[in-house]
Design a binder for this molecule. Structure first.
Ligand code: TYM
Length: 325
């Protein structure tokens, strides 16, 4: 049985990038293996966040997990902080990743630029260690993530090799699985940059009003060539919209391209807006229903118990391997 593990760190607004690159793909694994999908609340503390925001975001993300189609009977859904094995394994594994390799992580370099040089938390630097602990605790074979997280999965793989060379076959080698279409959704206002959580004009937020979503797509930056073609280097705006369309329609980019052969940009953008509004609109309805059901806290509490059972077995194996009595 394959073990699948992934998580999202809900620090600001969830974006269409989070949805296409990760959230939308999680339920597909429910019938293919044993998924563990968690909320990375300890990771959310690596950048300044208000306590109330963190609390709200965690429930919010759990409701989005349910809205995306995760079924608590098939998927173990939980908060990272509720399973203490994450922090305990982190404390051991931090000795098996080195400062040189951590300082080369793109995410660390990007995020630390946003902070005052004297106030870069150790947690931000050591972020990949905790992420490796998240993955390795569940003996995950498959880690579905967007492209920006592959470097973190790679460093977890390096850690497994290093650890197992020293102690024997203790840890399971994970593999990042990246969606074929939409692995890197770009900003609508600057399609050479990734859609992140910090650019209200270029990002589509999952909680945006549907009218606002439509407007953002209709005013997305494109080019003056007037040909709908997938060419990320020369036509980043159009290529991004094509990828968004193809991903939400569950078709290939080539098929999406064929569909819009000869279409003008106005028609093309309207069709992209239609599908985004349809999918996000439905997601929002299910999200509100999930929040209103009052089930979220219960689902997370039950998930944490199930997750802890699995995680504690791995933790014990690692503790024994390194010599902890
Ligand atoms: P996070 O919260 O930044 O993003 C959550 C997921 O969304 C994907 N994603 C995107 N995919 C396509 N296009 C985009 N523009 C885009 N933006 C974000 C991310 O690749 C990710 O899959 N470190 C993780 C959370 C984490 C984790 C883990 C993930 C902690 N421990 C263990 C997997 C396994 C993060 O910050 O993702």
């Amino acid at each position: 049985m394959q073990r699948i593990l992934s998580g999202i760190k809900h620090t600001g607004q969830l974006t269409l990038g989070n949805y296409i690159g990760a959230l939308k793909n999680f339920p597909k694994f429910q019938d293919e293996g044993e998924p563990f999908i968690f909320i990375a609340d300890l990771h959310a503390l690596t950048l300044p966040i208000e306590p109330e925001t963190l609390r709200t975001n965690c429930r919010d993300l759990a409701a989005f997990y349910l809205a995306a189609g995760l079924d608590p009977k098939k998927t173990t859904m939980f908060l990272q902080s509720h399973v203490s094995a994450h922090a305990e394994l982190n404390a051991i594994l931090q000795n098996y990743l080195y400062m040189g390799e951590l300082s080369r992580m793109t995410q660390f370099k990007e995020k630390s630029l946003q902070l005052n040089e004297n106030a870069i938390g150790l947690g931000l630097f050591a972020y990949p260690v905790l992420m490796a602990a998240d993955i390795l605790l569940y003996d995950a074979n498959i880690v579905p993530v967007g492209e920006d997280q592959t470097q973190h999965v790679e460093i977890a793989r390096d850690l497994v090799t290093r650890f197992n060379n020293r102690y024997g076959k203790i840890l399971t080698m994970p593999k990042a699985v990246i969606t074929k279409v939409g692995a890197r959704v770009m900003s609508l206002s600057d399609p050479t940059k990734k859609m992140s959580k910090s650019d209200p004009k270029g990002d589509i937020y999952l909680k945006d009003d549907l009218k606002v979503i439509r407007k953002k797509i209709m005013t997305a930056v494109t080019d003056s060539e007037a040909i709908v073609k997938y060419d990320p280097e020369n036509k980043p705006g159009i290529s991004n919209l094509l990828a968004i369309y193809a991903s939400l329609k569950e078709i290939s980019v080539a098929d999406a391209e064929k569909e819009f052969a000869g279409a003008n940009y106005g028609t093309f953008k309207t069709k992209v807006a239609d599908i985004v509004v349809e999918k996000i609109g439905a997601l929002q309805e299910r999200y509100h229903a999930a929040l209103a059901s009052g089930e979220v806290d219960k689902v997370l509490a039950e998930g944490a118990l199930k997750a802890a059972k699995v995680a504690n077995v791995t933790l014990k194996r690692v503790q024994t391997a390194v010599g902890i009595l």
